[in-house]
Design a protein around this ligand. Structure first.
Ligand SMILES: Nc1ncnc2c1ncn2[C@@H]1O[C@H](COP(=O)(O)OP(=O)(O)O)[C@@H](O)[C@H]1O
Ligand SMILES: [Mg+2]
Length: 244
């Protein structure tokens, strides 16, 4: 098994509060792992730690065996380009228009790209996610669902091979959600790695190779696809808890 991201005895504290406690896990390359659990259990924090966006208070996070906190600028850029994140709150720059927001990753990761080439790539991903409105507006003028589409498009721009998705279908209508699910399935078929947070059990059952249940900042359960499919009672009890 090839490990792409490893959490080694990771703890994370903020404002004197322990949010993640001594969590170890190896995310398998080319597989899809779903993080589930009650609200406030630490899913988003674990996702951000895994993406190298939060620094653990203890322990370490490794990307392909390399400690993320010891990466130089070049290694960090390579990690950022390969692994893209869709945040739970979309996290779009409030004071930029959508075109500027979508240009930024291309400017950073492909500095030799021309403006027409960037425009072309932006149009391409917007068509894939199904965003049809103009780009000369700011995120505040979009619905939550539209913001999610832009956040997803931003993540796809640099053709990532590792995706971190936080509650990525939650504020979308069925058509838009279906479109993003199709994109994720295409990533899976290409052998890419997906780590996602959701409250939607159907999504987990249809996409995930592994399901992790995060409760109280710790990993309380790990199920394989086969285990998920064979133990319906357990799945229903998890569903009840997740929907609380
Ligand atoms: N930077 C922070 N400072 C203080 N508390 C935080 C911070 N980030 C998260 N928390 C708290 O940690 C707990 C877990 O948060 P989170 O990872 O967002 O959970 P989940 O995504 O499972 O709902 C919550 O109680 C949240 O309020
Ligand atoms: Mg969350």
């Amino acid at each position: 098994m090839a490990v792409i991201i490893e959490l080694k005895q990771v703890s994370f504290a903020a404002q004197q509060k322990t949010i993640v406690q001594d969590l170890s896990y190896q995310f398998e390359e080319g597989k899809t792992t779903a993080l589930a659990g009650p609200s406030g259990g630490g899913k988003s924090t674990v996702l951000k730690l895994s993406a190298g966006l939060l620094v653990p208070s203890r322990g370490k996070v490794c990307f392909r065996g390399q400690d993320v906190s010891l990466m130089n600028r070049e290694q960090n850029l390579a990690f950022r380009r390969e692994g893209a994140v869709v945040f739970q709150d979309s996290a779009l720059w409030a004071n930029q228009n959508l075109d500027q927001i979508l240009e930024l990753p291309l400017r950073i990761h492909f500095p030799s790209m021309t403006k027409p080439e960037r425009n072309h790539r932006i149009r391409e991903v917007l068509a894939e996610v199904g965003y049809k409105k103009e780009l000369e507006i700011r995120p505040a003028q979009l619905s939550m669902g539209e913001q999610k589409l832009i956040a997803f498009a931003r993540a796809m721009l640099c053709r990532p091979r590792l995706l971190f998705l936080d509650e990525w279908t939650e504020s979308l209508d069925d058509t838009a959600a279906h479109r993003l699910i199709t994109l994720v399935k295409r990533m899976q078929e290409a052998g890419h790695t997906i780590i996602f947070v959701t409250h939607n059990l159907n999504l987990i059952m249809s996409l995930a190779d592994y399901m992790l249940v995060i409760r109280g900042g710790t990993l309380s359960l790990r199920l394989t696809k086969a285990e998920m499919n064979s133990d319906e009672d357990l799945i229903r009890s998890i569903e009840q808890e997740i929907n609380l």
